[in-house]
Design a protein around this ligand. Structure first.
Ligand code: GLA
Length: 379
């Protein structure tokens, strides 16, 4: 039988439609089990959990348990959250966090042991404002780290032992934090050693942002080599990946995974989110002093994301995951910093009160277009 041109067009269109419908149907079927099952052969899929989940938000919980098999704590394991002003400890939220992960057999991440931020100044300074001695700071770190890591031994799988020790200034590659000013780079070694002693089985990570490429990537590679040479028990690199629609490009990302893995480290993407709002960090110099000011033109999507931006965002997620899948043997997990857009820190950073769309679930807790693209990968 020869097909008339009309029959041919119709059957081609029908076949295309059928292919589309079945890709969508497959993606929707996969959604019943979630991202964690879809990528089970590649890496874990994680989410940072905040106060809402710890307070029992059922809606967010249902997304968490369906989609993710790893959790990271947004705040409850940071120094300032664990110590009370009168020198005591508070464990309620931290215990709840670890219980959630244990009960649901998740890969539980501890964040963070040594970080310059969200650690009270009193850790580093005497009442008169002078720095405590090196021995005092080491003792404080020893008490803090051995208590926290010891408490969750066997329940927390991996700890960010040190966070953001590298600076953004390429001429001074190590951040001039209080930790560094008092102990030099050795504060990192100390954090890793104490954590390792408290739980020899726990996986220890160095975590930072902006280390995908450029001078910060080089500085990070050099730091890791120095740590390894000094016998520091480091197992993984945490690439935070607070990124945007353009940067870093996928070639840079690809190379950084290969580079870090070549040092014998497992690669963790620890805080992934994609900022879609106008970038205020790169405004002309004259504007630098006002870069954190709210202006309506810096918050263009308060009524929703236009279709073309939603499409670009979906393409960006897809291209990232193509690189992750290519290097699945080197990657331990892909963790997003939050679950849904309404809870993202990027609504308030670096400008307060904007409407951002950085995660895979929107403000109504529905999947973004990107979610379906990821589910269609490997189908
Ligand atoms: C950094 C920290 C996280 C978190 C995010 C933003 O990346 O590592 O703990 O504070 O900033 O919220």
């Amino acid at each position: 039988m020869t097909l008339s041109r009309r029959t041919f067009i119709t059957s081609t269109a029908a076949a295309a439609l059928l292919a589309q419908v079945s890709a969508r149907a497959l993606a929707q079927a996969a959604q019943r089990t979630g991202l964690k099952d879809h990528f089970a052969d590649d890496f874990r899929i994680g989410a940072a959990v905040g106060w809402k989940i710890l307070a029992g938000d059922k809606d967010l919980e249902s997304i968490l348990f369906r989609e993710f098999n790893s959790i990271s704590p947004e705040n409850c394991l940071k120094w300032e959250s664990l110590h009370t002003a009168d020198g005591g400890w508070r464990w309620d939220y931290a215990d709840k966090y670890v219980d959630i992960g244990t009960q649901h057999q998740m890969y539980v991440v501890g964040h963070v042991l040594a970080w310059h931020s969200q650690t009270p100044d009193s850790v580093f300074k005497n009442p008169d404002g002078s720095y405590v001695s090196a021995a005092t700071l080491k003792k404080k770190m020893q008490d803090h780290i051995s208590t926290v890591v010891g408490r969750y031994k066997g329940h927390i799988n991996a700890w960010d032992a040190a966070n953001e020790a590298i600076s953004d200034d390429k001429d001074n590659p190590m951040r001039r934090s209080h930790y560094f000013n008092i102990l030099g780079e050795e504060f990192i070694d100390h954090a890793f050693h104490v954590a390792h002693e408290a739980d020899p089985g726990v996986h220890l990570i160095y975590n930072d942002y902006g280390i995908e490429g450029g001078s910060k990537h080089e500085a990070c590679m050099e730091l890791i080599k120095r740590l390894q040479k000094r016998g520091v028990p480091i197992n993984g690199i945490g690439i935070q990946a607070h990124i945007n629609l353009e940067e870093p490009d996928v070639e840079t990302l690809d190379k950084c995974i290969v580079d870090f893995a070549s040092l014998g480290l497992r690669v963790h993407f620890t805080e992934l989110d994609i900022d879609v709002l106008p970038n205020v960090w790169k405004l002309p110099v004259a504007e630098v002093s006002t870069r954190f000011e709210y202006k309506p033109e810096r918050d263009p999507y308060i009524h929703g994301l236009p279709k073309d931006v939603e499409d670009r965002l979906a393409d960006r997620w897809e291209s990232l995951f193509k690189v992750f899948i290519k290097h699945h043997d080197k990657i331990e997990r892909i963790t997003t910093w939050g679950i849904s857009d309404d809870g993202s820190w990027l609504n308030n950073f670096p400008i307060r009160g904007r409407t951002n769309y950085p995660l895979l679930f929107d403000r109504k807790h529905q999947p973004h277009e990107a979610y379906y693209k990821l589910m269609a990968l490997k189908v």
